[in-house]
Every structure is written in structure tokens, then in C-alpha cells.
Design a protein around this ligand. Structure first.
Ligand SMILES: NC(=O)c1ccc[n+]([C@@H]2O[C@H](COP(=O)([O-])OP(=O)(O)OC[C@H]3O[C@@H](n4cnc5c(N)ncnc54)[C@H](O)[C@@H]3O)[C@@H](O)[C@H]2O)c1
Length: 432
């Protein structure tokens, strides 16, 4: 079967061309005949025109490999392998929102051919592929899973903005509904990453592996955040403590910080949902989530305390926020926790100027109601500056960041980007 794909007699379709789907499709297109399907017409149009607004791929990267971009679902009928990479968000009650996964499974089901393989890459809890997706595929195709069509699950590890750990350079976990499907998928994915494949013993094992990768990270950051609150009260600098402890061979290197975005802060809720469904109340995972979700408010309150101590009047003080995206060097603002800091500061009557070199102004306005400023329209100096995101532009010129602070003003360094030794003596400095 693999040979049919290699000879381009059979096609691979990727459903959902976002941060995960598009880089995967690009790497597959180097070896196979490919179709890229997305419901978002604007996304399909921009990709057809060689633009990737996620910033993951450069123009020259994906226009030469013959990918057929489309928003016609019928084109999926041409595919012998369909890979689904649609979002798996949570709702306002922190519960899994399966809408995109359900809708895309309906679409795939309606266009599924006998003998085809469907692989999910979206992050889900163990058993979701079999319990949520397969019944929809069967219903809309009229075909039977594991007899007429086959399924697999292969979690994605891509890290937006990271040009080192790309799809072709990472170990890829694959799993399948049977041995033959597993081996076939190992060959397909192996063809784009030098056969750097881990065959999971079941689909559920692969689902669970992905979700604990992010849960582990979330919890470790939560521990650092809790430590930073304790050390703050003890008048100790967290980074200095971590630098010292980090000299032990088995100390894990994590930093305190905001946990935003649509992976680390979201995926653990899929696991806790499933845990509760089967009668286990997850204490540790939810405690970590609570701490990480409260960090924006905590940082804002620390900021207000520093402003008061600096002798400035909080009401109507102008504060400069540097960076609004959910992490450094990406333009993605979804679930940004910097916004929690901003909302809390507004409650104190503080006025905000926000600058981010990568975030899209319209998207920020639409999503959060805040106006982004251009660099040239910023004031020369502010009573308080919050360096919230370690974008390269800020890190490359930390002196300029400090220069924004008025004499006797406050500098809040959320990501501990500045070295204490090089700080201006006339400002109050605080970091997590
Ligand atoms: N972004 C990451 O860093 C990352 C890393 C690992 C895993 N994941 C997981 O991968 C999955 C996808 O995440 P993403 O960041 O690529 O999402 P994304 O929002 O960047 O992209 C998803 C794409 O799917 C499209 N889509 C939505 N519903 C659709 C449907 N019914 N049919 C076809 N297309 C549809 C959207 O238009 C969008 O273009 C999620 O489960 C996520 O948790 C993401």
C-alpha cells in the first residue's frame, strides 16, 4: 500500500491547515501527492497565494511541491489517507469542545472511500478517537471501522516559532487500529522524518502520551510559579534560586511564567475531563491549572504594589506593555495571558499603551478590544513598563526597554529577560 503512495498513485489529504496541519502537509508534499483541505476560505486563498500567516513556513517553502489547496470537501474522495489536524479547544467551563473534531469527522465520513485510512493528529484524551470520531465516520460513510476503513492516531509535537524542532526532525509517535495500518503509517511518517518513528502499542496509548507531555509541562511551570510567589514573600529572587538549584545533575529546568496559547493551558483539561468521567477527581493537575491561570492577576497586583511604593499615583498612570502574544517570537494571540495582566491593571484605573511587533492589530482589537500602538507612537517614557513577552526585538535591545522607564519608575520583567547586574539604579525592578 505504501508503494502506491510513494509512486503517487494514491493521495494524502490533510484536513485543517493551521499550525499543525500546514507544516505537516508541506513535508508530506515533498514525497507524496497531496491535497490540503480547510473550511476557512481565507486560509485556503492565502496558502494558494504562497502566504502562511502563522509564520511557520516561508513562501518558497510550499508552493513548489504541487499541493492542491481546496475548500471543496469532495476532493477528500481522492485520498487514500486522510489526516485530521483541527483545533481541540475548551469552552468557557474548561470542558472539551469537540465541535471542530465532530464537524471535520462528518466531512471526512461523507467523503470516505472504502479501504482508506483516517489519522487524527488533534490533541485529545485517551479513547476520544474511538469513542467520539469513529462513530461519526461510520455514520456518515456507511462503512465499518477496521473492516472497510482503518484509523490511526499520531500526536503532533510542533512548537510554534521553533525552527529547530520541526516535523521532519522530531520523533513521531504513530498508532493504528491494527498491525497493518500501524506499519503503513510508520512508513508514511517515516518517509518525512528519516524513519524517526515510535510505534505506540495502541491508539489510546498514543493519545495519552501526547496529553501527558503537555500536562507534565503545565505542572512543572505551576510549581515554578508557586515557588516564585513563596520566594517573593521571602524576599528572594526566584531566578537566582533556580540558577543555584539548577547546578544539580537531576534538577529540572523550568521557569515561572504565563501559560497561554492553545496547548499547554488547554490540553490538561481534556485529561481532567476524562478522569472525572471515569470517577477519578484529579487534584494535582487541577491545582496546577489554577495556579497558572491566576498568574496574570498576580503579576498585575505585584505591579500595582511596586507603582505605589515608587511614589506614583496609580489612577490614570500610563503603563507600557511590551508584548501581547501568548509566547515569544510568534504572532499568535489566542488565549494570551498577558491580557489577564492588562484587564486587572485596567480595574485599578491604569491606562495602557500596548506594543507588539508581531501581533496583528485587527486580531487584537477583535479578540480583546485593545488597540495596539505603533512603535513610533509610543511615549518616550512611562511610569511603569511591563516586559511581558521575550520577543527577539526586545531581547536584542534591552537597553531600549529600560530607557522607556521614567526616573524612579517601575520595570516589571515577567520572563526574567534582564540581568540584574545591568539594571538602571534609579528604577524599581521586579520579576517573577
Ligand atoms: N499549535 C501547536 O503548537 C500544537 C502542537 C501540538 C498539537 N496541537 C494540536 O493540533 C490540533 C490543531 O491545532 P492547530 O494549532 O494547528 O490549530 P489551528 O487553529 O492553527 O488550525 C486548525 C485549522 O483547522 C481548520 N478547521 C477547523 N474546523 C475544520 C473543519 N471542520 N474542517 C476542516 N478544517 C477545519 C481551521 O480553519 C484552521 O485552519 C489541536 O488539537 C492542537 O491541540 C497543536
Amino acid at each position: 500500500m505504501f508503494q502506491d503512495f510513494l509512486k503517487k498513485d494514491k493521495k494524502i489529504a490533510v484536513v485543517g491547515l493551521g499550525y499543525v496541519g500546514m507544516p505537516l502537509l508541506y513535508h508530506l508534499s515533498k514525497k507524496f501527492s497531496t491535497i490540503g483541505f480547510d473550511v476557512n476560505k481565507n486560509r485556503v486563498e492565502e496558502l494558494k497565494n504562497g502566504k502562511d500567516s502563522t509564520g511557520e513556513l516561508a513562501e518558497k517553502d510550499f508552493l513548489n511541491n504541487g499541493i492542491e489547496f481546496t475548500n471543496s470537501a469532495e476532493r477528500l474522495q481522492e485520498a487514500g489517507l486522510i489526516i485530521v489536524a483541527v483545533p481541540t479547544p475548551i469552552n468557557e467551563h474548561n470542558l472539551p469542545d469537540f465541535t471542530p473534531l465532530i464537524k471535520s469527522s462528518e466531512t471526512v465520513g461523507k467523503n470516505l472511500r472504502k479501504g482508506a485510512v483516517v489519522v487524527y493528529e488533534s490533541t485529545v484524551y485517551p479513547y476520544a478517537t474511538r469513542e467520539v470520531c469513529v462513530p461519526i465516520l461510520e455514520k456518515f460513510s456507511g462503512l465499518k471501522c477496521c473492516k472497510d476503513f482503518f484509523i490511526g492516531y499520531s500526536p503532533e509535537r510542533i512548537n510554534p516559532g521553533d525552527k529547530v524542532h520541526t516535523v521532519d526532525k522530531m520523533t513521531k509517535i504513530v498508532s493504528g487500529s491494527d498491525e497493518k495500518t500501524l506499519n503503513f503509517l510508520a512508513e508514511i511518517y517515516g518517509a518525512i522524518n528519516n524513519n524517526n518513528i515510535f510505534k505506540a502499542e495502541s491508539i489510546e496509548t498514543a493519545e495519552a502520551a501526547k496529553i501527558i507531555e503537555n500536562t507534565q509541562r503545565d505542572l512543572n511551570i505551576a510549581l515554578m510559579n508557586e515557588l516564585s510567589m513563596i520566594f517573593d514573600k521571602l524576599n528572594l529572587d526566584t531566578k537566582s534560586v533556580l540558577d543555584a538549584a539548577g547546578t544539580k545533575w537531576n534538577f529540572l529546568h523550568f521557569e515561572p511564567g504565563l501559560v497561554g496559547g492553545h496547548c499547554i493551558g488547554v490540553d490538561p483539561y481534556y485529561l481532567t475531563y476524562k478522569a472525572q468521567e471515569i470517577g477519578h477527581h484529579p487534584e494535582v493537575i487541577l491545582a496546577g491549572r489554577r495556579i497558572n491561570d491566576s498568574m496574570g492577576e498576580y503579576i498585575a497586583k505585584q505591579t500595582v504594589k511596586k507603582i505605589i511604593k515608587s511614589g506614583q499615583i496609580v489612577l490614570n498612570l500610563k503603563v507600557l506593555i511590551l508584548g501581547i502574544t501568548f509566547k515569544e517570537n510568534v504572532g499568535d494571540i489566542r488565549n494570551s495571558k498577558v491580557v489577564d495582566i492588562m484587564n486587572e491593571l485596567k480595574e485599578f484605573g491604569i491606562k495602557l499603551d500596548i506594543y507588539d511587533p508581531l501581533a496583528d492589530k485587527n486580531a487584537v482589537k477583535k479578540e480583546y478590544g485593545f488597540e495596539l500602538k505603533d512603535r513610533e507612537n509610543l511615549d518616550k517614557q512611562y511610569g511603569c513598563v511591563i516586559l511581558a513577552v521575550k520577543h527577539k526585538e526586545f531581547i536584542d535591545n534591552l537597553k531600549a526597554v529600560q530607557d522607556f522607564v521614567k526616573q524612579n519608575g517601575v520595570l516589571i520583567d515577567v520572563k526574567s529577560a534582564l540581568e540584574k547586574g545591568g539594571l538602571r539604579k534609579d528604577i524599581a525592578y521586579w520579576r517573577l
